[in-house]
Design a protein around this ligand. Sequence first.
Ligand SMILES: [Zn+2]
Ligand SMILES: [Zn+2]
Length: 324
Amino acid sequence: MVAEAFKTLADPERRRHYDAVGVVVPMGDGSATFGFEGFDFSVESVGGATASTFGDLFADVIHETVDGATDAPRPGADLHVTAPISFDESMHGTVGTVTLVRRDACGACAGSGTMSVAESLCPACRGAGTIRSARGHMVFAKPCGRCGGVGRQRRAACAACGGGGFAARNEVIPVRIPAGIADGDRIRVPAMGHAGTRGGAAGDLYVTVQVAPHPHFRRDGDDLHLIVPVAVHEAALGARFEIPSVDGPVRLRVPPGAQTGQRLRLRERGMPSRRDGQRGDLVVELRIVLPAVLDERTKSLLRAYGELNTDDVRAELWRDTPLP
Ligand SMILES: [Zn+2]
Ligand SMILES: [Zn+2]
C-alpha cells in the first residue's frame, strides 16, 4: 500500500485519481473496518510549464514572485472516503476504522523539504546567482530562485522526501458513527486529510456513510415507513396483530372500516435523531390484500355479501363526471 502511494506521488497522471471506495469488514462486536484506497493530490503546485506564448512568458518573468507565494504555508487537501454500513448500525451507531494512506509531513525534515548541508555551489545557477533565459530576441536574467541570488547553498533537498516535504503514511483512524445517521450523511474527522505544505494545516477527512436499505422499512427523515398487508375481513371488522418494528414486534390496532392506503402512526418507533436522539415515528400504511378465492363455501359467502351490500363502490368516480 505504501509502495502504491509513492507510485502515485511520482506519477502526475495518477494524481487526480482520488475519491475512495470503502469496504466494511465486520468485526462482530459492533465495530467495522472501512478499507480505503486512493489519494487526493489535487493541490499539488503547478509550475514548471514551458513558456510558448506571451502570456506564458509574462508568467515566467514574474515566476519569482509566484515562487515566493508558494513558500507560504498552504493547507493540505481533504480526503473523502465512503463507508457502507448496515441498517442496524445506522440505527444504533457503531465505531469503525478507516484504513488509508495519507500524505504526512516528512519526519526527516519536519515538512520543510530541505536539510542543512555543508556550504556548496548552488546547483541551479552553478554559483552565478542568476538564471538567464532567451525568448526570441529577448534575453532575461533573473535572480536564481533556488539560492536567492547568493550562488551558494547551505540547504539541500531532503534526501528522505526528495524535497517535497511529504511522506506517505498508513493510518488506521477510528471513526464514531452516531446512532440515527442517515444514508449520505457525512462525518468530518479534523486534520486527518493530507498534510499542509510548509507547515500549513492538514486537511480534514470526510467519511460519507452509505446505509444499506432495509427490506421492509423505508426511512423518511427520522420516520420509518412500513407497508402492512391486511386481509379483507380484518380491514372491514378491525383487528389487532403484531407487526415488526426496529424495537422488535409491536402491537398494531387496525380500526374497523380501514382502507387501503390508510396510514397509522406509532409514536417514537422510528429512527433516533442524529442531533438529540429523539425518536421518529413508525408510519404504517395499510394495504388490503385479497387472496385467491378457490373454495365454493367462500364464493357463496362473497355472493351473499354482494347481495347485502348493493352500494355502488364507484359512485365517487361519477360524481363530477356525469355519464353522457
Ligand atoms: Zn523530508
Ligand atoms: Zn542559485
